[in-house]
Design a protein around this ligand. Structure first.
Ligand code: PAF
Length: 268
C-alpha cells in the first residue's frame, strides 16, 4: 500500500475505475475497517481503494475538539493496509483548502439536528467532501450510516454535482456491548463506555414501541442518562435518495461526560 501527501502525488497514483473512495478523519477503527472492506469488495482485485485522512477544520465549531481530535497517522497507515486499501492520502491543509475552492452551503435539512447543535458543520462537511470528490474523481464513495444526516446530505450533494458517482452506505459497526464505533469513543472512560452502551439498547427497545421518542427518553433515564444529556431524539423520514435505509429512522445525539455520541435505528 502506498501513502501520498500532495495532490500531484495523489493524482499521479490514481488508476482507471473502479476507483472506490473512503473519506475519513483518521483515528481508524473497526467501523472504518468495514467501510474499507466494502470498498475492497466493490473495487475487486482490479479496482483501486483510496482512503483519505484529513481532520477537516471547516466542520468544527470554535469551541469544538479540532485540536484534541485524535491523530494517529502511523497506526492509520497500518490499519488501512490491513483493511484492504491500496492508497492512503494525507492531504496537506494549505494545499487542500485553497482560497479558490468551491464553498458549498448545506440545504435547510443541514440546519436541523446536528446542524442546529453545530452551526456551519454541514457546510464544512459538504465543502470538503465536494473538494475531495473533485480531486479523486471516484466511481464509488463509502460512508457510514452512523452519521445518517451527513450521509443523506452527501448523497443529495453528490446526485446534483457528481451524477456518475455512487454513494454507498455501510451499516454501523458496534462493540460487543452495542456501542456504535466512533473515533470519539477514545474520549470515554470505562464507566462512560458502559453508560454509552445503553444508547443502542434504548434504541432497540424504543424502535418497537408506538411512541419511540418517549420510550427512548424513558429507557435512558432508567439507565442513568438524564434528559438534559440528550441533544435530540427525532424520527426522520428517509428521503427517496436514502430509501434503501428504510422509510423512517429514529435519530439521536446523547452526551456522555463531555463526549457527544450519535446513533440511529430503522423504524418499521
Ligand atoms: O465522517 C467523517 O469522517 C467526516 O465528516 C468526513 C466525511 C471525512 C468529512 O470530513
Amino acid at each position: 500500500m502506498k501513502s501520498v501527501h500532495s495532490i500531484a502525488e495523489l493524482t499521479s497514483s490514481l488508476r482507471t475505475p473502479p476507483r472506490v473512495f473512503v473519506p475519513t478523519m483518521g483515528a481508524l477503527h473497526e467501523g472504518h475497517g468495514e467501510l474499507i472492506r466494502v470498498a475492497r469488495t466493490i473495487a475487486g482485485a482490479e479496482g483501486q481503494v483510496i482512503v483519505s485522512i484529513f481532520v477537516n477544520p471547516l466542520q468544527f465549531g470554535p469551541t469544538e475538539d479540532f485540536n484534541k481530535y485524535p491523530r494517529t497517522q502511523d497506526d492509520d497507515k497500518k490499519l488501512a493496509a490491513q483493511y484492504g486499501a491500496d492508497l492512503v492520502w494525507f492531504p496537506e491543509a494549505a494545499e487542500l483548502l485553497s482560497p479558490e475552492m468551491t464553498k458549498l452551503e448545506s440545504p435547510s435539512f443541514g440546519d436541523t439536528l446536528e446542524g442546529e447543535q453545530r452551526p456551519g458543520h454541514f457546510t464544512g462537511v459538504l465543502t470538503i467532501v465536494n473538494r475531495l470528490f473533485e480531486i479523486v474523481s471516484p466511481s464509488h464513495a463509502i460512508f457510514g450510516v452512523k452519521d445518517l444526516q451527513q450521509l443523506i446530505l452527501i448523497r443529495e450533494m453528490s446526485a446534483a454535482r457528481f451524477p456518475n458517482l455512487e454513494v454507498v452506505p455501510v451499516e454501523t459497526v458496534r462493540t460487543d456491548s452495542g456501542l456504535a464505533m466512533s473515533s470519539r469513543n477514545k474520549y470515554l472512560s470505562e464507566p462512560e463506555i458502559k453508560l454509552a452502551s445503553q444508547i443502542n439498547k434504548a434504541l432497540n427497545v424504543a424502535a418497537l414501541q408506538p411512541d419511540p421518542v418517549s420510550s427512548f427518553y424513558e429507557k435512558l433515564s432508567a439507565a442513568g442518562i438524564t434528559a438534559d444529556q440528550i441533544d435530540y431524539v427525532e424520527i426522520v423520514p428517509m428521503p427517496l435518495s436514502c430509501i434503501d435505509l428504510g422509510n423512517r429512522r429514529l435519530v439521536v445525539a446523547v452526551r456522555v461526560g463531555s463526549t457527544r455520541l450519535l446513533d440511529n435505528i430503522a423504524l418499521n
